[in-house]
Design a protein. Structure first.
Length: 271
């Protein structure tokens, strides 16, 4: 299907990973591999063309696609023909693997097919998500290969303007950050209050003002916290996706981390 039609919109992103190409292929094509960098639940019915891939963040956030192309170690395509962007629409996600400069390069090409007034907003949103997921893939393969990720998550509705919330989450008043930052950028370091009374240092890896913040927490063996302000308007949800690659530590952190995420919204209500 996708080979016969010209896409209406495309998105292309790449990531270079210091890990074997075989490990990257497994992370892209096997359920346990997907669960370590993409959705916390991943199921692949069978290897090869004609199989299905189901990924799930929650009951409300799950989708199933079919495998439309399969070249082991080189290329796999997911195809969604459900038409959720409108009648006759489809979305394909192609992953191409190659070796570049001694590293594994994963190139993602996402294509939208068919007429829809929502493509612009959809691709703007998915670019942010895919930028983080490919970063998460790199961290998993380079630092945590062989471990199992445990995800601690919260998703909370917000009713204040996006800019107001963004300033709040970066401020000491939000209760998550220690100190206040007017703005952050990749390469900055921040201090987080995830478990009273301890604080942890985190490197800012991705910062898209008003949309997303990705933090690598060196004090927690490079655990990752992705905070996403979904969508583009001022009525949105905030997702907190905390990836911990140690089961014992994840159990210790689950309750205080969720308390810290909720505290951001409780303190916002007091403004």
């Amino acid at each position: 299907m996708t080979q016969e039609k010209k896409p209406t919109r495309t998105l292309e992103l790449t990531v270079d990973i210091d890990a074997p190409i075989e490990a990257a292929w497994k992370a892209l094509t096997e359920g346990p591999g997907l669960a370590n960098w993409f959705a916390p639940e991943g199921v692949v019915t069978k290897p090869g063309t004609g199989g299905e891939v189901t990924v799930k963040w929650s009951e409300a956030m799950a989708f199933t696609v079919k495998v439309d192309a399969w070249e082991p170690g080189k290329h796999v395509r997911w195809l969604d023909e459900s038409g959720f962007m409108g009648p006759g629409t489809a979305i394909a996600s192609d992953y191409y693997l190659s070796t570049e400069g001694g590293k594994t390069r994963v190139r993602l090409v996402q294509s939208g097919f068919g007429e829809s007034e929502g493509w612009d907003a959809f691709f703007e949103g998915t670019e942010i998500g895919w930028t983080y997921f490919l970063y998460n893939l790199r961290v998993y393969l380079e630092k945590h290969l062989g471990r199992v990720r445990r995800m601690i998550a919260e998703r909370i509705e917000v009713t204040v303007p996006r800019a107001v919330f963004w300033r709040h989450i970066l401020s000491a008043a939000g209760g998550l950050m220690v100190g206040s930052a007017v703005a952050v950028k990749a390469g900055d370091w921040v201090e987080l209050k995830l478990a009273d009374p301890k604080t942890v240092r985190a490197a800012v890896e991705i910062a898209i003002e008003g949309h997303a913040l990705a933090l690598r927490i060196s004090d927690l063996d490079d655990a990752l916290l992705f905070i996403e302000l979904e969508g583009g308007g001022d009525a949105f949800h905030v997702g907190y996706w905390f990836s911990v690659y140690d089961e014992r530590r994840a159990k210790e952190l689950e309750t205080p981390a969720k308390r810290a995420f909720r505290r951001v919204h409780e303190t916002l209500a007091k403004l």
